[in-house]
Design a protein around this ligand. Structure first.
Ligand code: SAH
Length: 253
């Protein structure tokens, strides 16, 4: 029997053209594809006809159970000698649980590759006309998960360091927690006037961007009914959008 292998692949942030050449090669040779909720499913059309597709979308509150099931499936299918692709949104190493999955595969002596992808925290701003660094405005960039809430004792972020030490901050999973994020940054010394962009469904035809500042963004997001999935981007670079915005007014050539 031939040996199986698992490819832990980043599908990119939404626009199907943003997957890597290597990622696409993996999809084309996959016999099984386990895919996440936020990937663009049009990518699955490149798989061969007899590829088996398994949806791994996570329901809130059922994470642990489903994650375990995903591990089992990856082990089972690859031990049957199959080429398995675990397709994740954005980059698999950025809030993608690739560490846990690779660890399990390593423990079972199952060969695997990790195929990077373009992460939403860089790509959604880029499509909104916001470079996360800029020679004159930002020389540091931090990626943060912001779903921990203080009232549930889950907020372990070093807000002091974030507020004082990072020029640009991309908060993932943060839109539901926006008020908390803004209060914490202001409390720890960021100016209320620091510009903020919230970019929903970045790099897709449904992309929407709302711009305000730390004091006003919560209200602006509510008014515009921006919800998950969205990147909350904080920093002076947000101002560049005014000059270099391109995607939301793009003309197809
Ligand atoms: N591994 C992914 C992130 C997974 S966490 C990556 O590298 O991009 C899921 C979070 O990513 C969402 O809550 C949202 O904050 C962000 N996200 C993913 N796709 C997005 C998109 N198209 N537009 C805006 N935010 C997105």
């Amino acid at each position: 029997m031939k040996n199986g292998k698992v490819y832990l692949v980043g599908a990119g942030p939404g626009d199907p053209k943003l997957i890597t050449v290597y990622g696409m090669e993996c999809i084309k040779k996959a016999e099984v594809i386990l895919y996440d909720r936020l990937i663009n499913t049009s990518l699955l059309e490149y798989a061969s006809e007899d590829t088996e597709f398994i949806y791994c979308g996570k329901e809130p509150g059922k994470h642990a159970l489903i994650q375990e099931h995903i591990h089992q499936l990856m082990i089972e299918k690859s031990q049957q000698g199959k080429v398995v692709v675990r397709l994740k949104g954005g980059d698999p190493c950025v809030f993608g649980r690739v560490g846990e999955e690779a660890e399990i595969l390593a423990a079972h002596d199952i060969p695997y590759d990790i195929v990077p992808g373009i992460t939403a925290g860089i790509a959604a701003p880029a499509y909104a006309g916001i470079p996360v660094t800029h020679r004159d405005h930002a020389s540091s960039f931090t990626i943060v998960t912001a779903h921990g809430r203080e009232d549930k004792d889950q907020d372990e972020l070093n807000w002091e360091a974030l507020a004082k030490g990072s020029d640009t901050i991309a908060f993932y999973m943060g839109v539901g927690n926006l008020a908390h994020i803004c209060h914490k940054l202001i409390d720890h010394g960021k100016s209320e006037e620091t510009p903020v962009a919230v970019i929903q469904w970045g790099t897709t035809p449904d992309q929407r961007t709302v711009i305000a500042d730390l004091a006003t963004i919560e209200e602006a997001v509510k008014r515009n009914q921006i919800t998950h999935p969205a990147i909350v981007l904080v920093g002076e670079v947000v101002r560049l959008r005014e000059k270099i915005q391109w995607f939301e007014k793009a003309v197809m050539l």
